[in-house]
Design a protein around this ligand. Structure first.
Ligand code: Q46
Ligand code: ZN
Ligand code: ZN
Length: 323
């Protein structure tokens, strides 16, 4: 197996590109794919400040490393979800990554700052754990990015994630979600743009990227993910990919090129009815937003001022977040 660029010994084969790469040229390939995604979808402009949502897993650490390597100004943000040992361990990976590289990491600990953890919150609100978790994370990402004056919020969603979500939404014809399933969601109501620079890389590639770069990441899956539908869709797509290399890519990018715009109106309609939450000010269609209702049901309370985000690893620059 030889590297397609230098003919040296290859370490990875990428069947959908019909190419093998040595370590050096594999890293180059990852950077090229991320640059292409950023340029194609106008994700981050020069001089903008980005905040990456960091979980301690391979994707979020890979995207942080890639963006810093490409010269972007990026801080990290970690949320302690209170999911037992999983959360304790994931935090150590996120902090170690930031410390070793002198990057700034902000942190919110949900139990400390809002009085609930994901297992309790999901039971109290009668929501599936991932639903309560996703809602809490989305709210805090927006709020902390806004509080810290960031222009862009970056997440580590990769091609497998996006194809699996698209698969689920198509399977059930959730047309209201299809118009929003884009690699970039524009800024609105003072909230930052949301971008997914890893959409051109698969899970296998982000894992290999971390190994080659020597990035230590949490391999274990969140214990609450077991048996969720999203994982089932990923397995199904992996089976298809095995016999049809490139199927995931053409499914997702074909959707973006030829179908997403057809569902855009519905996404716009959803936005039209937004107004500030009576409790926290976040955009919502009801009087009090779903996050504030979740916090209340879980018996917690929002911090009196701001999100409670504090820098736990101090990089070269302090931002004006509240402590
Ligand atoms: S952390 Fe949260 Fe995930 Fe765990 S509870 Fe579900 S959504 S699986 S990315
Ligand atoms: Zn090479
Ligand atoms: Zn609210």
């Amino acid at each position: 197996m030889k590297c397609v660029t230098c003919r040296g010994p290859a370490i990875i084969d990428l069947r959908r590109h019909n190419a093998n790469f040595c370590a050096e040229h594999f890293l180059e390939q990852c950077r090229r794919q991320v640059t292409k995604a950023i340029d194609e979808f106008h994700m981050i402009e020069p001089g903008e400040r980005a905040l990456v949502a960091v979980s301690g897993g391979k994707d979020s650490l890979a995207v942080w490393d890639l963006l810093v390597g490409l010269g972007y100004d990026v801080d990290g943000f970690y949320i302690g979800l209170g999911i037992g040992e999983y959360s304790d361990t994931s935090a150590t990976y996120a902090r170690a990554f930031a410390e070793e590289r002198g990057l700034q990491l902000l942190e919110v600990d949900l139990p400390t700052s809002h009085g609930y953890d994901i297992p309790t919150g999901s039971r109290a609100a009668r929501r599936a754990p991932c639903s309560a978790c996703g809602l809490s994370k989305r709210h805090l990402f927006d709020a902390v990015a806004l509080e810290g004056g960031y222009d862009v919020l970056v997440t580590g969603h990769n091609l497998d994630d996006e194809a699996a979500v698209l698969f689920g939404n198509t399977l059930h014809w959730h047309t209201e979600y299809l118009g929003r399933q884009l690699p970039v969601l524009p800024a609105r109501d003072g909230f930052p743009r949301k971008v997914k620079p890893l959409v051109r890389l698969t899970e296998r590639e982000t894992a290999a990227y971390c190994v080659v770069r020597g990035i230590d990441y949490l391999v274990d899956e969140c214990p609450m993910a077991a048996g969720n539908r999203h994982l089932g869709y990923k397995h199904a797509l992996n089976e298809i990919e095995r016999t049809s290399p490139g199927a995931k890519h053409s499914f997702y990018f074909g959707f973006l090129a030829r179908a997403a715009a057809r569902f855009a109106d519905q996404a716009e309609d959803d936005r039209a009815g937004l107004h500030p939450c009576a409790s926290c000010g976040a955009p919502t269609t009801s009087e009090v937003c779903a996050f504030c209702r979740l916090v209340e049901r879980a018996g917690g309370a929002p911090p009196t001022e701001g999100t409670g985000a504090v820098p736990v690893v101090l990089g070269p620059r302090r931002v004006g977040v509240q402590s």
